[in-house]
Design a protein. Sequence first.
Length: 221
Amino acid sequence: MNTYKLDQFEIESIEDVLPMFEENFKIKLKNEETEKLNNFNEFSELIISKIDFKNDNLCTSQRAFYQFRKALESENIIDKSQINTNTDLKNIFYKKNRRKTVKLIEKNLGYKIEVLKSSQITINILFFTFIISFIGLFLLWKIAILGLLISILGFYLTKYTNRLDKQTVRKLIEKNAAQNYIKIRNNENSFNRNEFKSIILEWFSENAGIYKEKLRNGSFV
């Protein structure tokens, strides 16, 4: 098994999103506890030890899949017999009415599936344009202001992207099972201990922007 040393930026990204995770799952990690951790696996074990929910065997991913399939059928988007975990999302969310279809499904499910998202390359270009333009204010302020306006407008327009963030139903379900864990289970006081490490991995990978393989075998020291 390969071990990946997480860089300072990645560790700080985890620290930045941790309060949101703590709020979602009603836990609190102490600084003296996290400072002793050597890797992401130990981090996951610490989180699980803090969860004060009733343990049960409900498979959250499976439940999420059935809810998603039922929503698609009830909105007359696609027959459930045509849906499996390997189904390409392009065959469900057609480009022409994609945003409208996503909103219908989200309304039916009662939570955001966040399947539309600009590429990370686009986000990075806009970010660096903003930073360079900001620095440029002290040199060529007229050009810098133009760059700032372009980057700000670009960030605003990313909200209206039509790009699918995931390729298959499986990938979307994995994401939503983590991001909407409690809502999918319909019980805010229960969790499945056997699946929760994968939920933690998926959640932090998505929110901290770190590849799952690197995070799974990630070392803090």
